[in-house]
Design a protein around this ligand. Sequence first.
Ligand code: ZN
Ligand code: ZN
Length: 416
Amino acid sequence: MFRVILIVGDGMADRPVKELGGRTPLEVAYKPHINELARNSVLGIWDPISPGVRPGSDTSHLSLFGYDPRRYYSGRGPFEALGVGADIKPGDVALRGNFATVDDDLIVLDRRAGRTLPENQELVKYLNDNIGFVDGVEVKFYSATEHRVAVVLRGFALSSDISDTDPHEVRAKVLSSKPLSNDENAVRTADIVNKLTLMTYKLLKGHPINEARVKKGLPPANIILFRGAGSISYIPKLQEREDIIVNRCLAVSATAMIKGVCRLVGFEVVTPSGATGGVDTNVISKAEEVLKAYRNGYDFIYFHLKGTDAASHDGNARAKIEMIEKLDRAVGHLLSNLDLTSTVLAITSDHTTPTSVKDHTGDPVPVMIYSPELIGDGISDFSERSARKGSLSRIRGSDLMYTILDYANRVNKFGA
Ligand code: ZN
Ligand code: ZN
């Protein structure tokens, strides 16, 4: 069996960019190490979920690790909560929330409490310090960007089959959450969410932060509106799966949501110092973590780089090129320290994020797989265009994980 290193430039794939003369950032970037490895690899294009489906980084990562997201993805609530660092277990119910402004009759005046809410963390801490449990169910809030929060309910007999309290419009009254089925767990959970909503209002309305906001002419953040309840179903960890053979998995990432998904499927996760999840990230320190894990006998190592996606959402092709060049230096550092006679290396992107669109699209992404026992395609360039000529041709969804593991002799036989 060979060991596996999987490298992903998040949102690295692109479309032809006008200001680059119709080339893509991957085509323009100076990436000698990746290209050298490409020559001895098989190339192809990969539909992270299926053709034309626009993936989130959460669904694409499930797919990347060989899980069908249509089976295992259970809504944005729990994955967004993972994304802000929440600890979620199967059975928990997670919801997304907004700090909002309501009047004394609970009529919504501003769904986002003015949107900028520098006091978010302080208010979340205050709620956590003063709530803790509702009807025996543990409640934990997590601070997210601007006016956003996530909340995780943990206890027995909960159900995510409940409606939102967020009316999704202003001048409407805060809704009461209703069970969406006859399930008594849903009735109970809706009741808990309604009690929790009133508790947030009671605690927040007279809070000194809100008094100060009103004095400054800002809308008070005096309630939390909930939406998107979801729970994580049981997901077998990579180590528990009978179709593949992986034992010790380590992920190197600085992005909360990715780290959450990785933990969920059985990775240990490290964030090296200097890794920021942004374009200023230190990729060499990440590569060092990969090498450390390699030397310590991990058999499946995941290297995630977020900066390529961040640059794409900003529509900044130049910054994206720079990130790809940084990734190339990290790959160079790996190549000169790995035993390539016993290691499989794969490089891809979790979805396309065209700098022209500034968001994820459903285009396939290039992928390359190096294995010591493979005859390479001899294509000494890794890009959206060149990968189409490779022998992997077009593969879909969780097939990629199996393909990579097969080249590492880590797939169990299907049948006798
Ligand atoms: Zn992504
Ligand atoms: Zn993105």
